[in-house]
Structures are given as C-alpha cells and as structure tokens.
Ligand binder design. Structure first.
Ligand code: SF4
Length: 446
C-alpha cells in the first residue's frame, strides 16, 4: 500500500487517509484493505494501459475477417466476432436479452429486468479507456469488442429491427418499463443514437416505454442534446462515474490515456438540465474509487439542487479492466452512501444536516433514529438506483441485476429486499436491531 500522498489527491483527503493508515484506527470487523472500512484514494490506483499491436487496433481482426452477422450473436471468446455495426445492430445486457426472449437463462431471485438497456456496437469499440470499464480501448489487444464483459455480464448483439419488432408486438403487455440507449465514445455514436431512437419511436409509443439516453458528452454538443429531446427522449443522463475532478482525470482522462474531461461532462450535464428540465436528467456515480463519503454526497446534493438525480453504482473490479486488481467497495461504505444518497434524493434531507467524521465518513444521517429505522426497513434505499419505471418515482426501472456485485454479496438489490436482506443490510451498517442478528449466508437460502 502507498504510504505517501498521491499528488492527485486533495490535501485534506491525503492527510486523513495517511492519519488513518498510520494510527491503525480501530474499525469494524467488516473492514476492507488496510483495516479501513472504505476504499482510500491511495489504494485505488489503476494500472497503466499497455500498448496494442497494430494488427489488433481499431477492430482490425473483425474487419479483416469480415464475417457477416446472422441474427442474434451471443458473446463467445473462442470464435471471431462477426462484423456488426450500429444502427443495424445493438448490444444488450444479459438480463435484457433473457427478458426479451432472445437468449435462455435465469437470474437469481429475479424473474426479469424492467429496463431494455441497449448499447451501440462497432468493431472499433469504444475509443475511450476508462480504468474501471470492461469496454475500454486497451482491451482490443486480447478481445473483440462484441465479446467484452461490461458491468460483470456479457452483452449479446441483436439486430435493432428485431428488437423493435418484438417490443412493438408486445404492446401494453411488454415487461419493459423503460428503454435506454447507451452511447460509447465513437465517431458515429451521435448520429447512430438518433437513428436508433427514430427506429424505436416509429413503432413503440414513448408513453408505453419511455426512452433514456446514457450519453457520451465527449463527442456531443448542446444541439445534439436538443435533437434527442425533440425526437422524444424522456430522460438524459451523464455518466460522470468519478465523484471528483482529480478522480475523473485519474480514471477517465489523462491518467489512463483517455479523452474525457470533467469540464466537458459538466457542460453537457448543464445543457441537459436546461433542455430536459427538472427530474429529467441525472448523473451516474461509482462509489468506492477513492473519493470520501463526504465528496460523493456533496455531489449528490449538487445534482439535487440542480433539479436532477444521481444514479449510483458500487465499484466492482471488472475482469480485464485496469482496476481489476483492486478491492470492491466495502459494504459498510457502500451502505452508508446508498442510504444517505436516498435521503438526499427522495426525503429532502440535506448533506448539511448530516455529520461526517474526520475521514469523511457518514457519522450521522441527519434525521431522528425512528425515521431512519423506518426508511431502512422499507428497503427501497438499497435497491438499484436509476431512471424510474412505472411503479413509483424512487424505484428504478433499470435494476441491472448483479451489475455491481455477485449475487452472494449483493450491493444494489434488483428486487425488493426481504426481511432477511434487511437484517444483512443492518449488519453491514452496524445498525442491527436487538434480537435480529444476521446469520452469515442465510439470505442465499431464500
Ligand atoms: S466511455 Fe463509457 S463505455 Fe467507453 S470506456 Fe469509458 S465507461 Fe467504458
């Protein structure tokens, strides 16, 4: 572990981390690396990306072999991916493909997903190099784009016309509460997002299945944001992912030879606020990449004050990424931030009402215990966060089953937590009720 402050860390952040490391402060038994119950900045250093051989750059293998796609393509590392491109083809999460009925499978304690997550696809893949991401450019050395894992799962590729045909045929009975187009960093991404959106709205009523855009600000202008709104998109989100400018640069910018900048992401986020309006824009944030709890909750408050929402992920070391050697976010840190974020986003609690300790951790949630207990026991705070579905505003359509954790140690619950899950959550928060102790592994029997 690094014993010296990283030059990218803010003075205060480096100071409290070092203090903690040196003093070996007594922390709960659920603690992570170095006895800390959070992922400290010094620990979360990504690897540097290696060089890619010329023969593997820009999807060269796929383009050279030029195998025509036939129907649905299920990722398989033992064969060459066909030559597929958006807008004719899109990839989708494994959960979406199972729910759509184009691939077999079952999900632990979930019957389906409510969000049809579509991802633009090209042999060249995403041209950015974000350190935590399975789709990053450095992976082209050993894996074709269509075969890369992303948020822990495979992403089958399906002809866009087939997707539209199936959902249009389902009409009001569709299991999907929302569709989301995820852009990537590619020269055709803006234009093809428009085409995919047009293909969808021509056949599927946006009132039946509203559309979200997970944008790629690096290639976008304000006019692009306006065009997507004019074409019927309902919600626009920006994947900030990193909670501070220093972390952003380290994980998505110059630190890993990636083209993104904090300033450009905020420019497009503010455009989205102006164009899409209150409650119709938001930002993704990953918790546990080296920020403090105070850092991330200050950002959550800023988004709420702008009129938007935060959608949160728990950091998980994605296989093949530049951070796959680093620890997943300790559940203590994650639960504190998850609960505090819910209070700020949906219960009018302000970060200024909360109290933080000298390591930036939440020490008091800012509401009376009886109210806090009620919210914990309700369980919604611990469900996956994201754009709303048709149930209620604070329940996300986008439940991303096991996108940020394995089913054996769930971070974001893709279903309503049962009593046994609440006992586990309380244990992780250090807020167990007398006589209701959690027994290790009991939720796996459900
Ligand atoms: S821009 Fe998005 S898809 Fe591309 S590497 Fe970064 S996080 Fe992954």
């Amino acid at each position: 572990m690094c014993e010296y402050p990283n030059p990218l860390a803010t003075g205060a952040q480096a100071e409290w981390t070092l203090t903690c490391l040196k003093k070996e402060i007594a922390l709960p038994s659920r603690a992570g690396v170095g006895g800390l119950d959070f992922n400290a900045y010094e620990v979360m250093e990504p690897r540097r990306p290696g060089a890619t051989p010329a023969a593997a750059r820009n999807g060269a293998r796929v383009k050279h072999n030029n195998v025509p796609p036939e129907g649905v393509y299920l990722p398989n590392n033992n064969r060459l991916a066909p030559h597929m491109r958006s807008p004719d083809y899109v990839q989708m999460s494994t959960a979406a493909a199972i729910t759509l009925g184009v691939m077999p499978g079952k999900m632990h304690r979930c019957s389906c997903t409510r969000c049809l997550n579509l991802l633009l696809t090209y042999p060249e893949g995403c041209r950015a190099n974000c350190a935590y991401c399975g789709l990053a450019r450095h992976r082209e050395a050993d894996r074709d784009y269509a075969d890369r894992n992303f948020i822990r799962v495979d992403w089958p590729a399906v002809p866009m016309d087939e997707v539209v045909e199936i959902v249009a045929g389902q009409g009001e009975a569709t299991p999907f509460h929302r569709m989301c187009i995820s852009m990537i960093t590619h020269p055709r991404s803006d234009e093809d997002t428009v085409t995919v959106l047009r293909k969808w709205t021509r056949r599927v009523d946006p009132a039946t299945v509203p559309v979200s855009i997970l944008s790629n600000p690096t290639t976008m202008s304000r006019a692009d944001v306006q065009q997507l709104r004019d074409l019927g998109a309902d919600i626009f989100t920006v994947a900030l992912d990193a909670a501070t400018p220093g972390l952003f640069d380290r994980t998505r910018g110059k630190g890993v030879a990636s083209p993104h900048s904090w300033a450009k992401y905020w420019e497009i986020l503010e455009d989205a606020r102006d164009i899409f309006g209150r409650e119709k824009f938001g930002a993704h944030i990953i918790v546990g990449m080296g920020e403090t709890e105070h850092d991330v909750l200050t950002l959550v408050q800023q988004l709420v004050d702008m009129g938007g929402h935060s959608h949160m992920f728990c950091f998980f070391p994605e296989r093949g990424s530049l951070m796959d050697h680093l620890p997943a976010t300790p559940r203590d840190q994650w639960r504190r931030v998850q609960l505090a974020r819910y209070l700020i986003d949906y219960r009018d609690v302000r970060v200024a009402h909360m109290r933080f300790d000298d390591m930036g951790r939440v020490a008091d949630f800012g509401i009376p215990k009886v109210e806090l207990d009620k919210i914990i026991d309700e369980g919604v705070a611990f469900r996956t966060s994201g754009c709303p579905g048709k149930v209620r505003e604070d329940i996300s359509a986008c439940d991303r089953p096991y996108g940020d954790s394995p089913p054996s140690n769930i971070a974001s619950y893709p279903f309503q937590p049962a009593a046994v899950d609440i006992r586990k959550i309380r244990h992780q928060l250090g807020l167990e009720e007398p006589g209701e102790a959690y027994v290790e592994g009991e939720e796996l029997e459900v």
